[in-house]
Design a protein around this ligand. Structure first.
Ligand SMILES: Cc1ncc(COP(=O)(O)O)c(C=O)c1O
Length: 413
């Protein structure tokens, strides 16, 4: 057995893996440059009266086979459009997962609703429908499911729950471009609204940006108004019908996103190919569980679940980093409900509103132990490997070799 780099041995790899911030990990090229030039030459940079934003909305909707797409300034804004369209009353509840970017949770609080955290499946980190059901109350208005790391959340079960309890189902697809749901539909098309992010590190990017898709005319209208101050510009009247923000995407962002869209399928298929290579090589290592079906996965990240009997994710992460393969232990440092903003209820001038009764049906607190499966994944059993479209077969082989080397040491001792 070769000595771990952590203990003075030779590392598997010394060259850094291609990172998503480097040109090699992105697909920005002459097409995007020409798109930006086109907008600058037009001297019209704002969505109002522009052509690029409406064209992106048409193209993105068609790409997903849905009737409406609404462009906006970020993935968080896209989720805020969806929650704004749900229009919860203060203290109403929206159920979501504690393992996500905080951009999933902010819109709930911003609309004065209560985020209710359901636990996740310990094998996947995706929302557990049984826990969602146990958290439904007479105040629940919506569910936000997250297709985490690009894996399909159990949307059929959640859609059934949403139907039975008359809830809006929002799919957070920020990490899940071209994720396929069982049956072949694309993530974002099975719930009422699907929300995407065009932030720098996503599969396609315009620096920042977001898109919300829906087949529902009423929700589309509400989201369009919410993105533009509640102003129905198409009527020609200067009036404000409902509460909204200025979440408009610029023409520059839309032009870049339009140039990125035709590259998306290639990005996802390159990520899948190298991820499948890694999964095959890890399959022989007892105690490690990798995503079951990488053909339906967008591979924004590559998660590995450790058998709880093995050393902790922190120990693996340290050993793998020394081998030249940086991985994240647990993806997040804590579940979303333990961030001070929620754990200490740092909200609205220290009032803790809307987590207070009334308007909520009870005082909401988010103690440790609220979602044990999520806490165990983060604190103990989850290793998350960064991924991007620039990884080569040889990069995947190096990652596999590092895992095998650490496994040999950790499992035999
Ligand atoms: C699952 C998830 N939801 C929401 C967001 C928020 O997107 P943005 O950063 O574009 O606001 C992100 C971005 O990291 C995300 O990963």
């Amino acid at each position: 057995m070769s000595t771990l780099a952590l203990h003075g041995g030779t590392p598997v790899r010394t060259a850094p893996l291609p990172g998503p911030t480097e040109p090699a990990g992105r697909t920005i090229g002459p097409e995007e440059a020409a798109a930006v030039r086109r907008v600058l030459d037009s001297a019209h940079l704002c969505a109002s009266g522009g052509t690029e934003v409406p064209a992106l909305e048409r193209e993105f909707a068609a790409y997903h086979g849905v009737r409406h797409a609404v462009a906006c300034s970020s993935g968080t804004a896209a989720l805020h459009l969806a929650v704004g369209a749900v229009d919860p009353a203060p203290g109403d509840e929206i159920i979501t997962t504690p393992i996500t970017d905080f951009g999933t949770v902010i819109p709930i609080l911003a609309q004065n609703a209560v985020p209710v955290f359901a636990d996740v499946d310990p094998r996947t980190g995706l929302l557990d429908p049984a826990s969602v059901e146990a958290n439904v109350s007479e105040r629940t208005r919506a569910i936000i499911a997250v297709h985490l790391m690009g894996a399909p959340a159990p949307i059929a079960e959640l859609a059934e729950l949403a139907r039975a309890h008359d809830l809006v189902l929002i799919e957070d697809c920020a990490q899940a471009y071209l994720t396929e749901l069982p049956g072949g539909a694309l993530a974002g098309t099975a719930g009422h609204v699907g929300c995407f992010s065009l932030q720098q590190y996503k599969h396609i990017t315009s620096g920042d940006g977001g898109l919300a898709i829906t087949g529902d005319e009423r929700l589309a209208t509400a989201m369009r108004l919410f993105a533009d101050k509640g102003w129905p510009r198409h009527t020609g009247r200067r009036t404000h019908l409902s509460l909204g923000m200025n979440y408009r995407m610029t023409e520059l962002q839309a032009a870049v996103a339009r140039a990125q869209l035709p590259k998306l399928a290639g990005v996802v298929s390159r990520r899948r190919a190298t991820a499948k290579r890694l999964a095959e090589r890890l399959a022989g290592l007892p105690g490690l569980t990798v995503p079951a079906d990488l053909d339906s996965h967008a591979v924004w990240l590559f998660p590995v679940v450790l058998d709880p009997a093995l050393p902790s994710n922190e120990e693996w992460a340290k050993a793998l980093a020394a081998e030249g393969v940086p991985v994240s232990a647990g993806y997040l440092s804590m579940p979303a409900y333990r961030y001070p903003v929620l754990a200490e209820r740092n909200l609205y001038g220290g009032s803790a509103f809307p987590l207070t009764a009334p308007p909520a049906r009870k005082e909401w607190h988010y103690p440790e132990g609220l979602c044990p499966n999520a806490e165990r994944l983060i604190g103990r059993t989850w290793l998350v490997v960064s991924w991007n479209e620039a990884y080569t077969d040889s990069d995947a082989d190096d990652i596999a070799e590092a895992f095998a080397k650490v496994h040999a040491e950790f499992v035999s001792t």
